[in-house]
Design a protein around this ligand. Structure first.
Ligand SMILES: [Zn+2]
Ligand SMILES: [Zn+2]
Length: 421
């Protein structure tokens, strides 16, 4: 299935807006309820039950639960023939203790990787879930005039599953979320503090970074700190490795093509001032915007750490764990659908935004189906978005007027796409 060549405003444009206005209050209520009862990745049991019950209540043609542990996939068939479109919302919260002063603030606590933590929807996935439930209401109400089918994907564990568990978009795909039927396009959104409420943001092509974590262990030989020549010092060697890593991007990567980041965020070695230890362990993260450059950075980090260590007669073990791929908005789909976003939000409220060095597992869906992932502003007009507490902050705050814009955006994207020629 190829993309349509032209898109026009859907015949359902006014009914969509009316239905969105009618459901707005319920969307806000769902968001507050989910916000007050946040659940960590792979633990979205209550949230998934609310979603599934809602879709079943709307008379969806098919509702699958327990996909990738707690995911829900619903299928809504329109009465008229047309293509299949998928929409995705993530449902998981973060191990963050809420500091926002709202009546529905989270007081939830849970265990995350063995540690007791507060739980909060600090990334706004409560909004994504409530918005998609709202879209389900809007489109189910219009199903007799709707072309094609809409697949609703409610996904667990976007923020990574707990240690030792599988989950998220990749696992949903493995369990058939994109099959039977396979969509021709997929749309998703993320609320962001970086834009004012009322604004939408998008990019074409690479939009969010790949995210990989690495560990480097330098193996020396323990000895007395007063006689370093009797051993091999992994602390000095690690310092050289860290400085060397600064050249991976600055001297090795063509930054005129795409940027990249290599960060060492943790270093651990030694127990006392007068003992040179056996080992030093470092951990860090790698972000890139191109899959080829991603492999190149991995190769350079590995060779550099190993070669520098060898130069100091130390051993070195490098482990790089690939996490999420680059989130790439399909250029043709983006060009086709941006006019829809401009019509929904108003031309002047749609911005071409900078690349985001955070990552998203929506990227896995986009590797198989042309996708568009865009941003919805949630910062109050009187606050400077550059100073607003960012997503993942315990003070992340959502202006709920953003929710109806999210509902309208997704509903219009679907209807414009399925009626496209
Ligand atoms: Zn997040
Ligand atoms: Zn998120």
């Amino acid at each position: 299935m190829t993309l349509p060549t032209s898109i026009h405003p859907s015949a359902l444009a006014s009914p969509i807006d009316a239905a969105a206005r009618a459901v707005e209050e319920r969307v806000i209520a769902w968001r507050r309820d989910i916000h007050q009862h946040p659940e960590l990745g792979n633990r979205e049991i209550r949230t998934a039950a609310i979603v599934a019950e809602h879709l079943i209540g709307l008379g969806f043609n098919d509702v699958r639960t327990g996909v990738a542990h707690t995911g829900v996939v619903g299928l809504l068939k329109g009465a008229l023939p047309g293509p299949v479109v998928a929409l995705r919302a993530d449902m998981d919260a973060l191990p963050v203790t809420e500091e926002v002063d709202v009546p529905f603030a989270s007081k939830a606590r849970a265990t995350w990787n063995g540690e007791p933590v507060g739980v909060m929807h600090a990334c706004g996935h409560d909004c994504h879930t409530a918005i998609l439930m709202g879209v389900a209401t809007v489109l189910a109400g219009l199903r007799h005039q709707l072309r094609g089918s809409v697949k609703f994907i409610f996904q667990p564990a976007e923020e990574m599953p707990p240690h030792g568990e599988d989950g998220g978009a990749k696992m949903m795909i493995q369990e058939g979320a994109l099959q039977d039927p396979t969509p021709s396009a997929i749309f998703g959104l993320h609320v962001t503090s970086r834009l004012h409420v009322g604004q939408l943001g998008y990019r074409s092509g690479p939009t969010m970074a790949s995210s990989d974590r690495f560990s480097i262990t330098v193996h020396g030989r323990q000895t007395h700190g007063a006689a370093p020549w009797l051993g091999v010092d992994p602390i000095v060697t690690s310092a050289q490795v860290i400085l060397g890593l600064q050249t991976v991007v600055s001297r090795g990567i063509d930054i005129s093509r795409e940027p990249a980041v290599v960060t060492v965020g943790m270093i651990k070695g030694g127990v006392r001032e007068n003992i040179i230890p056996d080992n030093v362990e470092m951990r860090g993260t790698i972000r890139t915007f191109d899959e080829g450059m991603r492999d190149d950075v991995h190769e350079r980090v590995t060779t550099l750490a190993e070669a520098v260590s060898r130069g100091s007669r130390a051993g070195c073990t490098v482990c790089i764990e690939k996490n999420y791929p680059v989130t790439v908005n399909d250029p043709a789909l983006t060009e086709l659908m941006v006019p829809t976003l401009q019509r929904v939000a108003g031309d002047e409220h749609v911005q071409f935004v900078p690349k985001v060095t955070g990552s998203e597992d929506f990227s896995y869906f986009q590797q198989l189906v042309p996708g568009l992932f865009f941003f919805v502003g949630v910062t109050r007009p009187e606050i400077d978005p550059a100073k607003a507490p960012a997503n993942h902050s315990p003070r992340f705050h959502v202006d709920e007027r953003a929710l109806i814009l999210g509902v309208r955006s997704l509903a219009h994207l679907v209807c414009d796409f399925v009626e496209g020629r």
